[in-house]
Ligand binder design. Structure first.
Ligand SMILES: Cc1cc2nc3c(=O)[nH]c(=O)nc-3n(C[C@H](O)[C@H](O)[C@H](O)COP(=O)(O)OP(=O)(O)OC[C@H]3O[C@@H](n4cnc5c(N)ncnc54)[C@H](O)[C@@H]3O)c2cc1C
Length: 417
């Protein structure tokens, strides 16, 4: 068999296959994945799925009939173990081989493991897959004291779900603010307060040094300060690691992920990578970056799928992301690391505000709590390099949509010149 082979059947894998088809790729397409489930949505796993609002049936992205219609063969429950770039062949865990004309690596990322004594006790969990989520959900139903290690997105979303389910929850974070690398201090503070109000015990500047057990089951988490937090369930959410091992072993360039260009191409002319496993130059970051988001996985994979079919359009989307915790819908657009000024639109007290972040005169990012309209406008504005003045952004009566309407019309761009 030749044609397009994709490793990984999640957002990036499926999108690359569909984009190739959409752009006219007529040859065989085979998508291999080590998970046995039909491709599914991951974001609800830490949110509605744990709460029982969504079941596994509703997570499915596309059904079997859809893949049949698109002539995409799914090979589920099999892991790719080797890539031979010279022979253009991959090997699966059962010894079978697949030849390819084009290959997409969409292997995603995995949860970083915690290396402390007791980390392998029963009840110490991670959350990446639907299998993890089913296990976590069953354990949550029986648990009473839950400790979350890591105040990142997955940790805080699980904390929110567990608190909503009436569990006693503690969050342990080693730095001094939640989501430090992802959101501005105001939003960190707002979410911190929201968790405290929900009764969550938030421990900042604390690190876990050991897990204590009782008959092989986790019973407590010991912090560097000497504090022991009782726990019958521990969820570790301390970040993700790119699944770039296959690519590394095949001699492809990897630096915190498989290095790709704006079309998702690796150094090998017929091998592409996209999504959580890929590292790319991003103009909005002004540097190389590996993103873990649905937006990045889908948009980057689309560029790769199109390029495979001969339609070249670079991946150039402003990064955006969302997270749901309690009644707060957090949305982020742009990459704020280089900002030197911020202004607030709306009020924190009402739980509806956006923080607009600037570098010089240029709007580069916005974090919003329950203000989706600001996010939609900012996606367009940041992409086009059009900035409201900080005074306009801070004035809730200033119509951002009217500024969006000027995009493409103005002879002299405002900001980002
Ligand atoms: C609990 C949770 C909540 C999230 N919430 C949000 C959110 O609210 N918003 C947001 O934007 N993003 C969220 N994300 C992140 C988002 O889900 C990921 O960025 C996205 O799934 C990345 O897609 P991907 O296709 O690159 O990789 P993945 O979704 O990681 O899929 C990669 C697939 O490849 C398989 N695979 C890996 N190696 C091999 C191999 N050698 N052979 C065969 N198969 C292999 C993996 O098992 C997996 O099925 C969340 C993630 C998790 C885990």
């Amino acid at each position: 068999m030749t044609g397009l082979v994709v490793i990984g059947a999640s957002y990036a894998g499926i999108q690359s296959a569909l984009a190739a088809r959409e752009a006219g790729y007529a040859d065989d397409i085979t998508v291999v994945c080590d998970e046995t489930w039909l491709p599914y949505q991951r974001p609800p796993l830490s949110k509605d799925f744990l709460l029982g609002v969504t079941t596994e049936d509703h997570l499915v992205l596309r059904n079997e009939a859809f893949f049949k219609k698109e002539r995409i063969d799914l090979v589920l429950g099999h892991r790719a173990t080797e890539i031979d770039p010279a022979a253009k062949r991959i090997r699966l865990d059962d010894g079978a081989t697949l030849d390819f004309d084009k290959l997409v690596l969409a292997t995603g990322s995995r949860a970083r493991r915690i290396a402390v004594p007791g980390a392998d006790l029963d009840g110490v969990c991670y959350l990446r897959s639907v299998a993890d989520a089913l296990d976590l959900k069953a354990r949550l139903a029986r648990a009473s004291e839950v400790v979350i290690v890591g105040g990142g997105f997955i940790g805080l979303e699980v904390a929110s779900s567990a608190a909503k389910l009436g569990k006693k929850v503690a969050v342990v974070e080693s730095v001094m603010r939640l989501l430090e690398r992802a959101v501005c201090p105001l939003v960190s503070g707002f979410l911190h307060t929201t968790h405290l109000k929900a009764g969550v015990d938030v421990r900042m500047g604390e690190s876990v040094v050991a897990m204590e057990g009782n008959n092989g089951r986790v019973a407590a988490v010991t912090l560097a300060s000497g504090t022991k937090l009782p726990a019958d369930l521990v969820l570790v959410g301390i970040g993700g690691i790119a699944n770039d091992d296959l690519a590394r072993a095949a001699g492809l360039k990897c630096t915190n992920g498989v290095v790709v260009d704006e079309y998702g191409r690796t150094e090998h002319p017929d091998i592409y990578a996209a999504g959580d496993c890929a590292n790319h130059y991003n103009r909005f970051a002004d540097g190389w970056i590996r993103l873990e988001s649905v937006q990045n996985a889908q948009d980057q994979a689309k560029a790769a799928g199109f390029a495979i079919a001969g339609r070249h359009g670079p991946y150039d989307t402003v990064p955006w992301f969302w997270s749901d915790q309690y009644d707060a819908k957090l949305q982020i657009v742009g990459l704020s690391a280089r900002h030197d000024r911020m202004v607030v639109r709306g009020t924190e007290d009402e739980g509806r505000f956006s923080v607009f972040m600037y570098r010089g005169e240029n709007l580069i990012a916005a974090d919003s709590i329950n203000r989706p309209g600001d996010q939609l406008a900012c996606r367009r504005l940041i992409t086009a390099g059009v900035s409201p003045t900080p005074e306009e952004a801070a004035d809730p009566s200033f119509d951002l949509k009217s500024l969006v309407k000027t995009i493409g019309k103005a002879s002299t761009p405002r900001g980002n010149s």
